[in-house]
Ligand binder design. Structure first.
Ligand code: ATP
Ligand code: MG
Length: 561
């Protein structure tokens, strides 16, 4: 697979890389995307992927895909597979550069012994509670562990016995000997190894001690000769530790650079929270189209190109912010407008009988599949005496500016005739409008307007009842009712969920040209928005369409009124 043309705008990281190349500090650029396989990737990860792979391709370097798989309790093969699918789908290729932190377990353990031999690490028997107490706070220095003064020989012996499984889970840890009074809590003798009997997806039961994230991450970067190790701002306080390990171990020293993480309005952006949504069945799975995951967005009909454009547009900076969801949706609209074939669909059908059109007669209109792209060809739209229009396109007592159907009013059927509403039929019990009886002007077919004929303002979409294909449609709305969930720390996250985030319309119709639409295909339903054939729940006999986005940003409009 070739690298996509991801347009990486100028940013402060590029400036650093430019300087490093100019000064000769580096001859090439090697970056990495290092997901922990404990969940599916979300749009925040896409920012990191586009940045890391984008930098590598900009400088003709390379980008590694590294699984940061140091916590066997939370990691699964399912996640590893899903991550690869998603990175590929986004359009990036790591070639032969797939790595796993677990491949370095032996090397990392060797590093641990090296620190012990240099008297820079010790085995500590404090319980985790005691360790917390000894750690101090931001305003108080920590206290030294009574085990801190163990000899190097004793530490080496204990570490080897930790590895060989002599001790219980959690009974001992290996810690770096740095500075219990450091103003940076990360430097107060951080834990390097813990005892944990858990089967690892790759190393099985070979290990009963596992390295902590901070001890594995920078060293993995070093082993892979990463030049620029990009991470999000919350790791700024970990950088002194990152540097300390490289120096203490006397190994190749990559440069850690922090950038602002992506947050989006009206959604969560933490794998832990997303996992809760899945486990508690607030959504149908990681790929529920309401999720901010790449698999959810794909299923909803968002394109990889749109997500890449979004990542370019938001840029890379140093201050955290929350990006409007509408910025992402605009990117999706722009892309789908170009690539999605057009079709007519009716979401909430209202039957219309054209009383002066002969019973049993059918005619066909021909329309372009795309107004600006003739190479997409044409489609045939049958017309007959009974059609469906959308309930929203009729009002019994419409205001003057409602250019759609109402008693006595005329509209043009898209690609077809001008019709007039002569009679409104209602359910005698509920009073609900069940049918409109209209008449058509036979002179006005196929968009023709005979001389002297009054033009009509409104054009509405429709489908021929006899030819319509029944479908189900799912309309998605914001996952949350608040823009910034981080500002709602005191509330249970379940209170923030939008109960109306999914509406299912099971009696919708589309024009027959979509009868054989394939899963994953996306269309513009004229006047309504973009809709994607669901890849899981669609059956040949009943397609299910997910609404990707509306045609315009209805949220911006609502905010103004
Ligand atoms: P989460 O907080 O969702 O669990 P994480 O950082 O723990 O995310 P990782 O699998 O460790 O998840 O992330 C892999 C890479 O993606 C890391 O380099 C991380 O910095 C980056 N990343 C994660 N979330 C975001 C985000 N919201 N914006 C930008 N980059 C992110
Ligand atoms: Mg992480």
């Amino acid at each position: 697979m070739s690298q996509p043309a991801i347009q990486l705008g100028p940013n402060f990281i590029r400036n650093i890389v430019d300087e490093d190349l100019a000064s000769g500090k580096h001859k090439t650029v090697i970056t990495r995307f290092p997901p922990e396989p404990n969940g599916y990737l979300h749009i925040g990860h896409a920012k990191s992927i586009c940045l890391n792979f984008g930098l590598a391709s900009h400088y003709q370097g390379c980008c590694h895909l590294r699984f940061d798989d140091t916590n066997p309790v939370k990691e699964e093969q399912e996640y590893i597979d899903a991550i690869k699918t998603d990175v590929n789908w986004l359009g990036f290729d790591w070639g032969e550069h797939e790595y796993h932190a677990s491949d370095y377990f032996e090397t990392l353990y060797g590093y641990a012994e090296k620190l012990v031999k240099k008297d820079l690490a010790y085995v500590c028997d404090l319980s985790s509670e005691e360790m917390r107490e000894y750690r101090g706070t931001l305003t108080e220095p920590g206290k030294e562990s009574p085990y801190r003064s163990r000899s190097s020989e004793e530490n080496l012996d204990l570490l080897q016995r930790m590895r060989s499984g002599e001790f219980d889970n959690g009974s001992r840890v290996l810690r770096a000997r740095i500075d219990m009074a450091s103003p940076n809590l990360n430097l107060r003798d951080p834990v390097l190894y813990r005892i944990l009997r858990a089967t690892h997806p790759r190393t099985g039961d070979v290990w009963c001690i596992y390295p902590m994230y901070d001890f594995a991450h920078g060293q993995s970067d070093s082993i892979e000769k990463i030049t620029h190790s990009l991470c999000t701002l919350e790791f700024q306080d970990h950088r002194p530790l990152y540097d300390w390990f490289c120096e203490a171990l006397e190994i190749y020293h990559p440069q850690q650079i922090e950038f602002a993480r992506l947050n989006l309005t009206y959604t969560f952006m933490s794998k832990r929270r997303l996992l809760e949504l899945v486990n508690e069945k607030h959504v149908s799975g990681w790929d529920d189209p309401r999720m901010p995951t790449l698999s959810g967005m794909r299923r909803r009909g968002f394109t990889a190109a749109a997500i890449r454009t979004f990542c370019t547009r938001i840029g890379v900076g140093k201050s955290d912010s929350v990006i409007e969801m509408s910025v992402l949706e605009d990117c999706v609209r722009e892309d789908l407008d170009q690539v999605a074939p057009r079709a007519m669909g009716v979401l909430r059908p209202l039957k219309v009988t054209i009383t002066n059109y002969p019973e049993g007669q059918t005619e066909e209109f021909v329309a372009a599949r795309h107004p600006k792209n003739p190479s997409m060809g044409t489609r045939t739209i049958p017309f007959s005496r009974e059609i469906y229009v959308d309930k929203d396109d009729f009002m019994e007592d419409p205001p003057k500016k409602f250019f759609r159907l109402g008693p006595g009013r005329e509209v043009r059927l898209r690609y077809g005739y001008i019709i007039r509403c002569d009679e409104v039929i209602k359910d005698p019990v509920s009073g609900e409008v069940t049918e409109l009886r209209c008449s058509y002007d036979a002179e006005t077919g196929g968009g023709v307007l005979p001389e002297g004929r009054k033009k009509v303002k409104g054009i509405i979409h429709w489908v021929s009842a006899a030819h319509a294909v029944p479908i189900a449609v799912r309309l998605y709305d914001r996952l949350l009712i608040v823009a910034d969930p981080a500002a709602e720390k005191d509330r249970d996250y379940r209170e923030l969920l939008n109960e109306a985030s999914l509406e299912v319309l099971s009696q919708a119709f589309v024009e027959p040209s979509l009868a054989e639409a394939t899963p994953g295909a996306t269309f513009q339903f004229e006047r309504l928005g973009y809709f994607c054939v669901d890849s899981e729940d669609s059956r040949p006999e009943k397609l299910v369409f997910n609404r990707s986005v509306t045609l315009r940003d209805t949220w911006a409009k609502l905010a103004k009124t």
